[in-house]
Design a protein around this ligand. Structure first.
Ligand code: 1GP
Length: 234
């Protein structure tokens, strides 16, 4: 699904925070669709399926579940990002949540994309760090990031996600993106704290195959048009 051959933009919608702004954002996404829409977040909500259905009524792109836990499974999505939190040492996010959701995946014949998910220190404590009870990779330790990403690839992950955390103060360091990308043969996803077209372009130039943007569009949906137009110039 994800490609290491061309630059792709993914928009993250957190159903827990979905507000009136979502309608504005969806009308922009309908006009100029991104490559993917991710749906998920740290909190469980009963609106995940209805948010996915609303998105799918309006925008014809793959909608991928990006769950914070097994409880966020929804059969309405097109595929499930099966995240292993490989930067952490919490077995619940390495196998426990997967065991809880796998029978649902089977029952609904849901396509899964195994993703090695790596939290990277981003200036302050993030929700995902707090909720997952794991330590992020230190932002100056590119060697640890590379070793972790390679381990994920060798374990069979189909993509690596370098994550600063939603609303991160600082995005993933560009030198870390470049170092990790240089060692991988699977696609590299980067997200967390990317708030401007320039920051998106920098992440792509550093080596990201997919850039994920969420939080800033909840505050300012109109920024999407600038992101889309900037992507076309890369
Ligand atoms: C979070 O990487 C995504 O999981 C997107 O982050 O919400 O900060 O854009 P933002």
């Amino acid at each position: 699904m994800f490609s290491a051959n061309h630059k792709q933009l993914a928009i993250l919608i957190d159903p827990h925070k979905a507000s009136n702004q979502m309608a504005n954002l969806l009308s922009l996404l309908k006009r100029q669709p991104p490559h993917y829409i991710l749906v998920g977040g740290s909190m469980v909500t009963d609106t995940t399926t209805s948010v996915i259905e609303t998105i799918k009524e309006q925008v014809s792109v793959p909608v991928l579940l990006f769950p914070g836990s097994a409880a966020q499974f929804s059969p309405a999505a097109d595929a499930l990002m099966y995240l292993s939190l490989i930067s952490g040492r919490n077995p619940d996010y390495l196998i426990g949540q997967h065991v809880q959701s796998s029978l649902q995946v089977y029952k609904h014949n849901m396509p899964v994309i195994p993703v090695g998910y790596m939290l990277v220190e981003s200036g302050s404590l993030t929700s995902v760090q707090y909720i997952s009870n794991t330590q992020p990779v230190p932002r100056t330790k590119n060697d640890i990031a590379v070793a972790t990403a390679l381990a994920g690839q060798y374990l069979g992950q189909k993509a690596i996600y370098l994550e600063g955390g939603s609303g991160a103060q600082l995005p993933v360091p560009l030198s870390m993106i470049t170092a990790v990308k240089a060692h991988l043969s699977i696609p590299l996803i980067v997200g967390g704290g990317i708030k401007t077209p320039d920051a998106m372009a920098d992440a792509f130039r550093a080596g990201a195959d997919v850039v994920v943007i969420g939080n800033v569009l909840e505050e300012n949906p109109a920024l999407y048009t600038q992101l889309f137009e900037r992507l076309a110039l890369l």
